[in-house]
Design a protein around this ligand. Structure first.
Ligand code: ADP
Ligand code: MG
Length: 399
């Protein structure tokens, strides 16, 4: 799960991290009010979308020389004008894809007098089972180019969570950022604050780009991008409350209501599978047969009729779906129950595309008999390979 910059900053501030003052705004008037409560004379109006690259982004339909999604304003009137130009418009950045994202929220924040921009991020490194801290002196809007052209300017330090943060980790970061004296001490402290926030809230990624040094020698978190481990959200209701559903894929939101693990993909064969591993294998074998999955969907071990119906509806609400492959292994669940669920769901949603079902496991013959007797145009398959070949052939035939 991702959150907005302003939410990330409010959260990091709770851990003591140095954050410039600012307020979120949903309207131009709120943006003006937010600016009036700040000391000035420099304000920054920032588009709040779940994507980076806003500074260099472009608003759809705006003039070629128009400013992007992060704008400096020197007067309250300037804040008003920029807020008016940004709200309701679609911002396209390197991270949004061509479709862009509609800006419904702004963050109006104190402008900083920047001397230098640094890069500091943390992420869970699965290979080492540690938290990787990535630091670079070359922060700012071109970090991707730095990573590509001059990777030696990026330092990675790992922290073993069993050991936790130690001052030497902070000193290693400060050294990588080439900071001396008081700035060095500030860097050690910021690293610890960010690490504490990371671990306490089960983040999977935290990116501060830029971390800036101001002209009066202070380090400030000027941008913050945070993702949380979705599997740990149950123990952070306060974090879950920050979720902005308007930023997420509507089908994925619908799926999460039914506790279905659904990820939208680009292909045309909808998949309904129980178990993540089997779902991955199903997607692989569809590809092996020359087609592409429209989604990943794991209905879980104890899928009820309601869950199966919801899953069907979600798969079919994707206009790209031209056929559905159901691949269920009845272990704890019985195949006859699943077959009844599939039939009920197929009737309810008025199934309009070919459906291939592969059942295996407990009561498989009863399940197959129920499907055969249903009178619905369901193609039964014997194994995974057979199922994939059949659905790909059906979709090709229909095309
Ligand atoms: P993004 O990464 O989405 O482009 P940032 O928040 O990093 O957005 O902003 C882009 C750039 O705008 C920063 O690298 C920095 O130079 C400038 N900037 C952002 N916030 C401020 C601020 N509060 N004061 C001064 N400059 C800022
Ligand atoms: Mg940034």
């Amino acid at each position: 799960m991702n959150i907005h910059e302003y939410q990330a900053k409010e959260l990091l501030a709770k851990f003591g991290a140095p954050i410039p003052a600012g307020h979120a705004a949903l309207t131009v008037e709120e943006a003006v009010k937010a600016a009036e409560s700040l000391p000035g004379p420099l304000y920054v109006v920032k588009a709040q979308i779940h994507a980076g690259g806003r500074g260099k982004g472009k608003f759809k339909g705006a003039a070629a020389d128009a400013k992007g999604g992060v704008r400096l304003a020197r007067t309250i009137e300037d804040v008003r004008k920029n807020a008016g130009e940004m709200l309701g418009q679609t911002l396209v950045t390197i991270q949004t894809g061509e479709a862009g994202k509609e800006v419904n929220r702004l963050y109006v924040t104190d402008g900083a007098d920047i001397a230098r921009e640094y890069y500091l991020s943390m992420l869970v490194d699965r290979a080492t089972g540690r938290i990787a801290v990535v630091a670079s002196t070359e922060g700012g809007m071109d970090i991707e180019t730095v990573a590509h052209d001059t990777p030696e300017k990026i330092t990675t330090i790992t922290i073993d969570p069993a050991e936790g943060f130690q001052p030497h980790h902070g000193r290693a970061v400060a050294f990588a950022l080439k900071l001396k004296g008081d700035l060095n001490k500030q860097a050690v402290k910021v690293t610890e604050q960010l690490y504490n926030a990371f671990v306490a809230t089960d983040m999977s990624m935290l990116e501060v780009n830029p971390l800036v040094e101001t002209t009066d020698g202070k380090l400030l978190v000027l941008d913050a991008k945070v993702s949380f481990d979705s599997n740990a959200l149950y123990r952070h209701p306060d974090v879950l409350a920050l979720r902005d559903l308007t930023e997420e894929d509507p089908m994925e939101v619908e799926a999460s209501k039914y506790d279905l693990a659904y990820i939208k993909l680009d292909g045309n064969i909808g998949c309904m599978v129980n178990g993540a591993g089997l779902a991955m294998a199903t997607m692989d074998i569809i590809k092996l047969n020359g087609a592409f999955p429209a989604n990943f969907l794991d209905v879980g071990g104890g899928a009820s009729k309601e869950k199966v119906t919801a899953a069907f509806k979600i798969i079919l609400s994707d206009p790209a779906v031209e056929g559905i492959l159901v691949n269920i292994f009845g272990g704890i669940m019985r195949c006859d129950i699943i077959a009844e669920g599939i039939i009920a769901a197929a009737k309810e949603v008025n199934l309009s595309v070919p459906l291939v079902v592969r059942l295996e496991g407990t009561n498989v013959q009863q399940g197959k008999d129920i499907l055969a007797a249903s009178g619905l145009p369901i193609v039964s398959a014997d194994d995974l390979g057979d199922a994939a070949r059949k659905i790909v052939a059906q979709v090709k035939k229909a095309a």
